[in-house]
Design a protein around this ligand. Structure first.
Ligand code: LLP
Length: 391
């Protein structure tokens, strides 16, 4: 971590900032956004920010200045996106279980498109739109059957998932669409999973999309939009030296392998790749406890602030930023205060000798950190702080 960041965090705590809190480096966020707009812009691609990754107001206001499009999965996300500067006409609304109320709200906001996940959902959106005398733009979320090779909880493009419409259902869908006058099909939507660091699955997705497009062609259906979802992963092991994914390679791959039809626009829904590395969960050591074989560092942050390690056994780099050096340390099980054995951020983590009061930084927590917080054990929701821009 940069020494200026460490000093700033220490200063905040000296000035009585209570831990745990989320700490965000806006400068890195800004750099990341610039790299995305530059690399996606080369090919005329449109990136919608996936609010589910982080919906902190200040973060959203920064992102919406660079990327006016948003990917939302609830009525409240649609509302929040519009309130924080995203353009309603660039909002896509996805999710397997949109309620009537959420659909009505999105229709009232004239959003760009509903990504539809089932036959019944199409009928309901048609019905709700008819009541308002409107036509809803829809994209079909197709399950492409591509294996993302990521954690099974965050793989979504395979047939047995609850998400999307299966390819074999498409003829039936087209038939139903003919009887739904308040829907206009404008595109196809795909999403194969999250935290994908090897680009190979995205290549397979491109080839699958090409195949599916041929089928639509054979049905004489022309669609203006293809949305390939999100999923680009980040390097949780190297948050400093690999602070940004290789956006140039990512977008180039789609340019190389996905055959767009004339006048077709390609859309993306990136979440994690935009916000993961700019967030750090800051905590302090409450106690150090020697077990039979294990040395525990018990933090004031727990799975209530960051559930990813407990839920997906995910790795986050853990640093003791109070200790003077990295050398001559011990292995610690770094755990939280919650009454659950799974409340553990890392086992056998090498740390310099760690004491009560030391400041612990849990890195790469800008995505799916703060947004997944809970109040289990009646805990308070951790606040957020921001590193100002350096001149
Ligand atoms: N589009 C759709 C349809 C999605 O389901 C998701 C994420 C995204 C876009 C954004 O994906 P990203 O670019 O962030 O990978 N809580 C889990 C991740 C769940 C991802 C859910 N869907 C985690 O902490 O790893």
């Amino acid at each position: 971590m940069k020494s200026t960041t460490v000093s700033f965090i220490k200063k905040l705590i000296n000035e009585n900032a209570h831990t745990p809190f989320y700490f965000y480096e806006l400068e890195l966020l800004e750099k990341t956004l610039k790299s995305i707009t530059e690399n996606a812009g080369k090919y005329g691609y449109e990136v919608h920010y996936a609010l589910k990754a982080n919906s902190n107001d200040i973060i959203l206001k920064h992102i919406s200045k660079h990327l006016p499009g948003a990917d939302c999965v609830s009525g409240n996300e649609v509302k929040k996106a519009i309130e924080t500067g995203f353009d309603a006409q660039k909002v896509v609304f996805a999710g397997v279980g949109k309620s009537d109320r959420e659909i009505d709200y999105a229709l009232d906001q004239d959003i760009f498109c509903f990504n539809c996940e089932s036959l019944q959902e199409l009928e309901v959106i048609n019905q709700r739109a008819a009541l308002k005398n409107k036509t809803a733009n829809i994209a079909l979320r197709i399950n492409p059957g591509v294996n993302a090779n990521t954690h099974h909880y965050i793989t979504t493009g395979l047939e047995e998932n609850k998400f999307g419409i299966n390819i074999w259902e498409l003829p039936a869908v087209l038939l139903i669409l003919k009887s739904l006058p308040n829907l206009k099909i404008i595109g196809l939507h795909f999403h194969i999973g999250s935290q994908i660091t090897d680009l190979q699955p995205f290549r397979s997705l491109c080839l699958k999309v090409n195949e599916i497009q041929e089928w639509f062609d054979s049905q004489h259906i022309h669609l203006e939009h293809i949305n390939v979802g999100g999923g680009l992963g980040v390097d949780y092991h190297e948050p400093d030296s690999a602070a940004m994914p290789d956006f140039a390679a990512y977008f180039k791959l789609f340019n190389d392998f996905l055959r767009l039809k004339p006048n077709q626009k390609l859309h993306f829904e990136l979440g994690r790749a935009i916000v993961a590395q700019c967030g750090i969960l800051i905590s302090q050591v409450l106690y150090v406890k020697q077990g039979v074989k294990t040395r525990f560092a018990i933090l004031d942050a727990g799975m209530t602030e960051l559930i990813r390690p407990a839920l997906y056994q995910s790795y986050h780099k853990i640093e003791n930023i109070s200790a003077a050096s990295d050398g001559n340390g011990f292995l610690y099980d770094v755990v939280g205060p919650i009454c659950e054995s799974s409340d553990c951020f890392g086992k056998a983590v090498p740390l310099p000798e760690t004491k009560r009061g030391d400041i612990i930084a849990i890195r790469s927590t800008g995505a799916y950190g703060e947004v997944m917080a809970s109040q289990y054990n009646l805990r308070e929701i951790a606040p957020s702080c921001f590193m100002p821009f350096s001149e």
